[in-house]
Design a protein around this ligand. Structure first.
Ligand code: PEP
Length: 246
């Protein structure tokens, strides 16, 4: 394992006061192999950047358009201009509540890559699919359609939809087995020599982080609710850092 990634997804939470309070508690163990980023809502990108200079910046979404008459949209070029290193693409909440299709997600991936912002492609199955034993087929299909036009510079976040914000977490074996399948699929889609980092997301917290980071195919975590609390996010970062030193 070369690097571990820890990305906090603040969703539609935050305020200037909350960022100030978070930054007063924040401390990170400088580990050059651990990359920590936070994805706040768009209006707080620069506030966060100033408050937490040792965290990288991520956005939660981007437009497929570079610019133009698209009211409410934010382009990947604008994110690059603000210093964003990462952008989430195809988060299950965007797929579910904003009707994002695999085709749109493929276009967003391409837009991010051409702007020089690393996309974090989110994939994952619903509970019904897992119940029916179809989780690998669902995730494989998501990868094939999203990566049809993609370059290899991206991260993947495997986020089983049933584990997001529910307090249910995939077991380390469930996560590791899915990541192994994703790795195999990426090798055939992007080339055998490419090692795309694969993060796990879904109710990661300070208690389950150690076991997840210890999985050989888990290269980090995308953390929602638990990233809003500085002490908890620091504890998760500490787990990642400990894992790198083993
Ligand atoms: C997420 O929003 O990507 C996520 C994984 O949320 P949570 O950690 O709250 O399940």
């Amino acid at each position: 394992m070369t690097n571990l990634y820890l990305i906090g997804n603040w969703k539609q939470h935050g305020s200037r006061a909350a960022i100030q309070a978070f930054s007063e508690q924040w401390s990170s163990d400088a580990n050059s192999r651990l990359r920590i980023a936070i994805a706040p809502p768009f209006p707080y990108l620069q506030v966060l950047d100033k408050a937490l200079p040792d965290c990288e910046l991520a956005a939660q979404d981007c437009s497929i358009h570079a610019q133009g008459a698209h009211t409410g949209e934010v382009s990947a070029d604008m994110l690059a201009d603000l210093g964003c290193q990462f952008v989430l693409v195809g988060h299950s909440e965007r797929r579910q509540y904003h009707d994002e299709t695999d085709e749109l997600i493929a276009e967003k991936l391409a837009a991010a890559q051409s702007a020089g912002v690393t996309p974090v492609l989110c994939v994952g199955e619903q509970l019904t699919a897992r119940g029916a034993g179809e989780q690998y087929d669902v995730v494989r299909a998501q990868l094939r359609s999203a990566l049809a036009k993609s370059q290899p510079n991206l991260l993947i976040a495997y986020e089983p939809v049933w584990a997001i914000g529910t307090g249910l977490t995939a077991t380390p074996d469930q996560a590791n087995d899915m990541h192994a399948m994703i790795r195999q699929e990426l090798e055939s889609l992007l080339g055998a020599s490419h090692s795309t980092p694969i993060l796990y997301g879904g109710s990661v917290n300070a208690e389950n982080a150690d076991a997840l980071f210890a999985c050989p195919h888990v290269d980090g975590a995308l953390v929602g609710g638990a990233s809003l609390d500085a002490a908890t996010f620091i504890a998760i970062a500490q787990s990642a850092s400990n894992n790198l030193s083993h």
